[in-house]
Ligand binder design. Structure first.
Ligand code: MN
Length: 322
């Protein structure tokens, strides 16, 4: 997925001063954001006052939308640098194409993990024949400096480890490790992502890594996370210093748990690019608009999305900007 905002803001993020060392409850309200012509998403990260959770730096939640008589998702070719993207579905399908030659349909609770590294381009759309409902999340992970210029890659993992040892909880490990189960997905900083399905009446404690900061996104149902009631489309930031997390569901509920070691590096994020300086971002923009560096996405029936104009203020990692 893409940030299709025609005047995207600059985000300068990362650094431990923004991390809560103690457990906290910080409710992040979604920002309703149009995505292309057909879709509206709820943006949880970046959010006012909270830009990252570990290396997770972008969280969009969309649906469930009835697309039975509609084309559904339609995101033309666009570029990325310096990040990984995770496509995660509860309902429907996404057809992914990219400039390293991938063509992959991603189904619910399968991991589509794209590593942009120095440069990649991709397109995402609902397949022509698709399910009635589309419901999912699009997530970005910032790559640390040591790995952000690696070769682009795409991986599809359809058989992720599932935790069933706690009554009322079915957990799918998207990335990292949860309760002794590890995802095969490649990560470049200590982090975790898990899909948590809670049965009606569930009351479970999930073990956490105390050195990680965490947040939970509610995708469906009615539940309490550490005692805080959450409705679908909201995210609760939890801080660090937790050995476990209490999860209670009054109806069947679907959650995403995101966490990681606080990301130490300052990053500059603009449109679909992550870099470390305004010059890098401007170069990536120029390269994309000139057809250099990112490669071509074949087979998509539409034109690539040109990068919008840069903001007039110089992009510089000098503090928190919003
Ligand atoms: Mn994208």
């Amino acid at each position: 997925m893409s940030d299709l905002d025609t005047a995207p803001p600059v985000h300068i993020r990362g650094g431990r001063q923004e991390v809560s060392a103690r457990p906290v409850h910080e409710l992040l309200e979604p920002r309703i954001t149009p995505l292309g012509e057909n879709t509206v998403v709820r943006r949880l990260l970046p959010n006012l006052g909270r830009r990252m959770v570990g290396a997770w730096c972008f969280v969009d939640h969309y649906g469930p939308d009835d697309i039975a008589d509609e084309p559904g998702m339609w995101v033309p070719p666009h570029p990325h640098t310096g990040l990984q993207t995770v496509s995660w579905l509860h309902e429907g399908e996404v057809l992914h194409r990219d400039s390293v030659g991938s063509l992959q349909t991603i189904n619910p609770r399968e991991l589509g993990l794209m590593t942009a590294g120095r440069a990649i381009a991709h397109a995402e759309q609902s397949p022509r024949a698709h399910a009635r409902l589309l419901h999912g999340a699009q997530l970005w992970i910032a790559l640390p400096d040591a790995h952000r210029n690696i070769a682009p890659a795409f991986a599809h993992h359809s058989n992720l480890p599932v935790i069933t040892s706690r009554a009322g909880l079915r957990g799918t490990v998207i990335l990292g490790e949860v309760d002794g189960a590890a995802s095969p997905g490649t990560t470049y900083s200590p982090l975790v992502g898990a899909d948590l399905s809670l049965a009606e009446g569930a009351c479970v404690r999930l073990p956490l890594e105390p050195d990680f900061e965490y947040a939970v996104l509610t995708m469906s149902g009615s539940c309490r996370v550490d005692g805080v009631p959450l409705v679908p489309g909201s995210m609760l930031y939890l801080g660090c210093g937790r050995a476990d997390l209490l999860l209670e569901a009054s109806t069947e509920s679907g959650l995403l748990l995101l966490g990681g070691e606080p990301f130490d590096e300052r990053i500059v994020m603009w449109w679909n690019f992550i870099g470390r300086s305004g010059e890098e971002i401007a170069q990536a923009r120029a390269d994309w608009n000139a057809g250099r560096r990112f490669g071509a996405v074949h087979g998509f029936d539409g034109d690539p999305t040109p990068a919008p104009a840069l903001p007039e203020a110089r992009l510089k990692a000098r503090g928190r900007v919003r």
